[in-house]
Design a protein around this ligand. Structure first.
Ligand code: PRT
Ligand code: ZN
Length: 297
């Protein structure tokens, strides 16, 4: 595919899979709308000059490195693997972790294997879909192993006798347990992230990228933030402010004819029931926690 036009940005996301829905929602929440093309590979951006490329996740880092797209949403696991395999570990710039698609690349061994540490895997055979990343991370620990690549069903390799251990992605651990494997060590924590390419960008293009990144930051920050409203005794203001997670300067309003005040604040961190209970214990009442839809700093 050709490179994007000078005055448009092309973003690659996974076509169908674990990251596709959240990636598309995120871009739509940035106000982007797309005209879907029949072949479903390329969606033209309608109001904002950002087009979408819908591809397999494994292709996204390569498309970025080759300049076919400007931005891509992909798991850190894949981005690191492709960079290590193809580009000496370099070439892509992680612009923003996106808070979904969490998983970990783990070394797992058969339940009955009597070892407690990955150093004991020296010289052993390890099956993985992430050979470059696994080799790199184990070598960093000074462990040299015989690594061989499997494109799928890595978890069955020890049972078949083709590997002593595996290095695979884990989220709930159900797949490992079902295959009588146990997690020995986490090599790498991963989540979906927005990547760009290293190197200089033309001023026009940078302007567009910055606009999109500012919107994205606003959407992500809004998702992390909550708007809290409550009533409290005036003398408890300091205590209450300290109890509100991630708040520095709340808005204060008098409540006519009482010695109580209304406090409104944007909490920059998650608000849990424990926070609300502590606020109530400090004298707060009428506590409301509302979602924040958009935010532009
Ligand atoms: O078709 P395409 O190539 O685009 O998709 P894909 O099938 O290669 O990828 P997909 O959609 O399965 O995963 C996309 C990305 O989601 C991965 O690259 C990771 O960044 C992330 N992710 C998050 C995961 C998992 N969680 C996960 N659990 N990717 C894979 N898994 C596998 C895991 O390896 C295990 O085999 O899911 C299985 C179930 O996991 P447990 O631990 O919950 O049992
Ligand atoms: Zn894939």
């Amino acid at each position: 595919m050709s490179k994007p036009q000078i005055n448009r940005i092309r973003v690659a996301i996974q076509k169908s899979g674990r990251l596709s829905g959240r990636s598309l929602d995120l871009l739509k929440n940035c106000g982007l709308q797309f005209a879907r093309s029949k072949d479903k590979l390329f969606w033209y951006g309608k109001d904002f000059p950002v087009d979408l490329l819908l591809v397999r996740d494994d292709d996204i880092p390569r498309l970025l490195l080759d300049g076919v797209c400007d931005l891509g949403i992909v798991g850190e696991n894949i981005a690191r693997e492709v960079m290590l395999e193809r580009n000496g570990g370099k070439g892509l710039r992680l612009l923003r972790k996106l808070g979904f698609g969490h998983c970990r690349l783990c070394i797992a061994v058969p339940e009955e294997m009597n070892i407690s540490d990955s150093t004991e895997l020296e010289g052993k055979r390890i099956a993985t879909s992430y050979p470059a990343l696994t080799r790199y991370l184990l070598e960093k620990k000074g462990i040299s192993t015989e690594i061989f690549e499997l494109s799928g069903s890595v978890e069955i390799a020890p049972g078949l006798g083709t590997a002593d251990a595996i290095s695979d992605l884990v989220s709930t651990g159900t797949t490992l347990r079902a295959n009588h494997l146990r997690e020995l060590e986490v090599l790498f924590e991963s989540q979906a992230a927005l990547y760009g390419r290293e190197g200089d960008v033309s001023a026009d293009r940078q302007l567009l990228l910055d606009r999109l990144l500012a919107r994205l930051e606003g959407v992500l920050r809004a998702a992390e933030c909550k708007y809290v409203m409550l009533h409290a005794p005036r003398e408890s203001l300091k205590k209450i402010t300290e109890l509100l997670p991630g708040v520095e300067h709340p808005s204060i309003m008098s409540l006519e004819g009482t010695d109580r005040i209304a406090i409104h604040a944007v909490c920059g961190e998650a608000v849990f029931w424990e926070h609300l209970e502590a606020l109530k214990a400090a004298g707060a009442s009428a506590i409301l926690v509302l979602p924040v839809e958009k935010m532009l700093a």
